[in-house]
Design a protein around this ligand. Structure first.
Ligand SMILES: Cc1ncc(COP(=O)(O)O)c(C=O)c1O
Length: 456
């Protein structure tokens, strides 16, 4: 497969024929929202209606064509409708769509492929159709493996929207969680090491990872009842704003976990399958988790997710009623297998590392030139720009975040906001030319917003 397949539809990017969201988009959006509620904030802020995606481009119903800086929501990481992935799904859609959890040829191949790319005997697997279900299964697995029931996660983590998953996630005030008990008993949250906003600092003001580890140790002693099954953590927080921990955090946390006989559950649904330039984000730190979940990029848009535990814990999966109606169906396995093969055949990890370096250098340069950029977050193609009212006080600048998002979208950039932290997750096939195009649109929008707020 020619690795430049996506370029044939990218040469004319971006095209803005009607100022978006255009009239046809608006009409469709208002008809849809008559029935469909619970839309995400990015849709409400920019109600555009897409009709086609190819590679790194997205087209709307008003004749506009956008550069994709979101990959859906970290999902279509190999580009929209990658021919190899689409053909693999179509093949099984015509041959065998579901056979519950009986095996089939493509499942066998996928399991062997997955075991081959994951480190440290992470090879006991169950498949699901959404990230939340995989996380729920991971929580059940942790209880079955450890015989314990308490879980610790971090402030501003996100792991899905079922009651178990939200129990280890940030809760937004004023929403459904205000109406009753907040989280299930035995679920606790602790501060997350964020180098830009550290709770524990060394004398020179930089983050003190050992301070966090000491706090966690004390928390296990004083805050739990001595029954902690697992730490459930995103290696890099996505929803929380692309927060990259210091490099020594996970190695030190794993050491503590091993000393205390506590499992480390890495939720790699957003970070896994190449987004940060490694198969798993944890590979950056040489840490092999006990439980790991994959989703989003795993099937490049086809709903397929996985929960994996170390071989030594495999038998626990037989005790948690792990299977589901759709998990591991032939189309899903074909999508995941083809996606992994594409990552290998097209040198995707290498591209993420080199183009990711180019992007982070450009972001650092932007930071030096814009008074409202407080911090840059970058690991591979998992990126964020933190906007602040004042670099000294670090006060979050939410109003600017929304405006920059809307302005860049109007210029032809499809992307994801998160309050004052602008999140970016371009397709992993993207090269420097198109990365620069997207960053230009963002930088122009930041400059316009600075002007409007009287910074320049
Ligand atoms: C880290 C993480 N875990 C779990 C989930 C839930 O996945 P899904 O939306 O597929 O249920 C998400 C979704 O954004 C996520 O980012």
């Amino acid at each position: 497969m020619n690795k430049n397949w996506w370029k044939e539809d990218a040469a004319d990017l971006p095209i803005i024929r009607t100022i978006p969201p255009g009239p046809v988009s608006q009409k469709m959006h208002s008809r849809t929202s008559k029935y469909m509620r619970g839309l995400s904030s990015q849709v409400k802020l920019f109600p555009v209606c897409f009709e086609k995606g190819f590679g790194i481009s997205l087209s709307d119903v008003d004749g506009n064509k956008y550069l994709d800086f979101s990959s859906g929501i970290y999902v279509t990481s190999l580009g929209h409708c990658h021919p190899k992935v689409s053909e693999a799904i179509a093949h099984w859609a015509k041959r065998l769509m579901n056979c519950h959890d009986f095996t089939h040829p493509v499942k066998e191949k996928l399991l062997e492929k997955l075991a081959g790319i994951l480190p440290g005997k992470l090879n006991a697997v169950q498949f699901y159709s959404d990230g939340t279900s995989a996380v729920e299964a991971g929580l059940r697995a942790a209880r079955a493996i450890s015989g314990r029931h308490e879980f610790i996660s971090c402030f501003r983590d996100f792991h899905g929207k079922s009651m178990g998953a939200v129990s280890c996630a940030q809760m937004v005030r004023g929403d459904v969680f205000s109406y009753g008990p907040t989280r299930a008993p035995g679920f606790y949250m602790i501060p997350r090491p964020d180098p830009y906003r550290p709770h524990f600092k060394k004398d020179d003001g930089t983050i003190d990872t050992d301070g966090y580890i000491r706090f966690i140790e004390e928390f296990i002693q004083e805050g739990s009842v001595g029954n902690v099954a697992a730490f459930v953590l995103e290696p890099i927080q996505g929803w929380g704003g692309s927060i990259v921990p210091p490099d020594d955090f996970f190695p030190k946390l794993k050491k503590l976990c091993d000393e205390k006989n506590i499992l480390l559950f890495a939720d790699e649904i957003l970070t896994g399958m190449g987004r940060t330039g490694e198969w798993m984000c944890m590979d950056h730190w040489g840490v092999v988790p006990d439980i790991v979940t994959f989703g989003k990029s795993f099937g490049n848009g086809f709903p397929v997710t996985a929960m994996v535990v170390r071989e030594e814990y495999a038998e626990a999966l037989d005790r948690i009623s792990a299977s589901s109606s759709y998990g591991g169906n032939p189309m899903a396995c074909a999508a995941a297998l083809a996606s992994i093969e594409v990552i290998q055949e097209e040198g995707i990890l290498e591209n993420v590392r080199s183009t990711g370096k180019f992007i982070s250098q450009r972001l650092e340069k932007m930071k030096g030139e814009h008074p409202i950029i407080g911090d840059i977050k970058a690991r591979g193609f998992l990126l964020g720009i933190e906007l602040v009212k004042d670099v000294a006080t670090k006060e979050p600048f939410d109003e600017a975040g929304k405006l920059v998002y809307q302005k860049a979208f109007t210029k032809g950039l499809a992307w994801i906001p998160a309050g004052h932290i602008l999140r970016m997750s371009p397709p992993l096939v993207m090269d420097e030319k198109y990365a620069e195009m997207g960053l230009d649109m963002i930088e122009e929008s930041i400059a316009e917003v600075e002007k409007e707020f009287g910074y320049n």
